[in-house]
Design a protein around this ligand. Structure first.
Ligand SMILES: [Zn+2]
Length: 471
């Protein structure tokens, strides 16, 4: 099956041709053959090769770009949005842990479905999810099944918490698992679901939750297990909040990054969410070891955590991608919004400029040159793909996976923005996609989901939320 997308008003490929968004083409066509992109060029260049397409979609007045890659999330948290709005992270966690402990695998299924629907609707085609709490009959397999139903490319991170309060950890003992059982399940999931092939729809990631909720031994054992397999990456939280640094100093006598290194968790197969409190040496060390990082600007602002030094990290050569983070610490899951906040937050990062200002000056400084829209979108596409260890997604080029989104420019919020429609996707809006292809399958057509009944999914989600709260 060949599909030709033609008359594209503005195509941003994010390929290797140079520039932060790769080759950008006005009046473009893309030919999809099965699950792979076969050809990219101007309408004239593809007229001949596209003539034999089985299906033609006219994308006049549309911006087209690669589907975005979300590298940090906790799907189950969309059952507990807008809770604990004004407390520090450790209070936020301790309030929510007992509520999350009431969830079951049905709740896992409906929350995963809603999370993926929200992501797909807002331009994401590949996501990771970090499932670190396994109450009741929770299974990561369920999230993978839902991804299959939705047609979403999925890197499923088998998270874990094993150090409860009685052993000096933050979570209550009722929320943690036995370490042998965790490792057994990790190995089972790799054997059952991990696909190393190009264009794979499912890969497994091993992801003990954080320095304050697991033991160093579990970190070491998970790393060893991952490294016995091809393409199994490691993911965790790090340097998310200064309280974590205090914990690591008291518990291990080192900073968070030192702790990660001590358990074998720096390397090209590791990416961390947050990495806010990194000093210059630690940023250099991330770059030298190939360790990656996910910037979650909404959650960093929402929870008052701080500002990741994404500019310095990118300049040092650290791979940085974007993540929406869990729905309880972001409350929305929209990659265009994360790209906007990533860009704007780097522009006002106070530490960088405040020190240069003469004393007594009111207000924080900033500079509009700190990050461009295209660089923010690069993190949302190529950066995310690199964190997940993939060179087959995040760009529109021959041979790459056919993960493509299209947004309609005929919207009130885009009036007057046609001189730079790609930047408008971030600086205006955020907007929903009109068309989304994942692995060559159209999962959104004219703004509507093709594979799920979203009305039924919303009703089921509401009923589940009420059941959990009434329990
Ligand atoms: Zn998180």
């Amino acid at each position: 099956m060949k599909t030709l997308l033609k008359n594209i008003a503005h195509l941003a490929t994010f390929d290797d041709a140079g520039g932060q968004a790769g080759r950008e083409i006005t009046g473009a066509s893309v030919l999809i053959d099965g699950n792979v992109i076969a050809a990219v060029g101007t309408d004239a260049e593809l007229a001949e090769v596209g003539a034999g397409a089985d299906r033609v979609i006219d994308l006049t007045d549309h911006v087209v770009m690669p589907g975005m890659v979300n590298t940090h999330h906790h799907f189950y948290q969309n059952l507990t949005r807008v809770m604990v709005q004004d407390d520090p992270l450790f209070v936020w966690l301790k309030t929510l842990y007992p509520i999350w402990a009431r969830l079951d695998d049905d709740a896992n299924r409906v929350s995963s479905r809603m999370a993926m629907a929200e992501l797909i609707h807002s331009g994401c085609t590949t996501t990771s999810d970090h499932l670190y709490i396994m109450p009741g009959d929770f299974r990561l397999d369920t999230c993978i099944e839902v991804a299959g139903e939705m047609g979403m490319r999925f890197h499923a991170a088998r998270g874990a918490m094993s150090r409860g309060e009685s052993k000096g950890g933050l979570p209550p003992d009722s929320c943690v698992e036995d370490e042998d059982a965790i490792l057994t399940d990790m190995e089972r999931l790799i054997g059952r679901h991990h696909d190393t092939a190009d264009h794979a729809m499912t890969r497994i990631v091993l992801a003990p939750c954080s320095p304050f909720s697991v033991t160093p031994q579990l970190m070491k054992d998970a790393a060893a297990l991952a490294r016995r397999h091809t393409g199994v990456r490691l993911h965790s939280h790090i340097a998310e909040v200064l309280d974590e640094e205090v914990y690591c100093q008291e518990m291990y006598g080192m900073r968070s990054v030192g702790f990660a290194e001590s358990v074998g968790w720096l390397g090209p197969d590791v990416w961390f969410a947050h990495a806010i409190f990194l000093n210059d040496d630690e940023i250099r060390h991330f770059a030298e070891t190939g360790t990656g990082a996910t910037f979650c600007p909404s959650a960093h602002m929402r929870c008052g955590l701080g500002i990741m030094r994404a500019r310095e990290m990118l300049d040092a050569g650290v791979v940085v991608g974007l993540g929406v983070d869990g729905s309880a610490s972001n409350d929305t899951s929209n990659m265009f919004l994360e790209a906007r906040f990533a860009q704007y937050l780097q522009r006002v990062a106070p530490d960088r400029y405040l020190s240069a200002q003469p004393g007594g000056r009111g207000g924080f400084g900033g500079t509009p040159t700190a990050m461009s829209t295209r660089e923010a979108l690069w993190m949302a596409t190529r950066g995310g793909a690199a964190l997940l260890g993939r060179d087959d997604i995040g760009q529109i080029a021959p041979g790459k996976s056919a993960d493509i989104i299209a947004m309609n420019l005929n919207q009130i919020g885009l009036a007057g923005a046609e001189r730079d429609p790609l930047a408008a996707m971030v600086m205006c809006g955020p907007f929903k996609v009109d068309q989304s292809f994942i692995n060559g399958v159209q999962v959104v057509a004219d703004g509507a989901f093709t594979r799920i009944d979203i009305g039924a999914a919303l009703a089921e989600h509401r009923a589940t939320m009420r059941r959990i709260y009434d329990a």
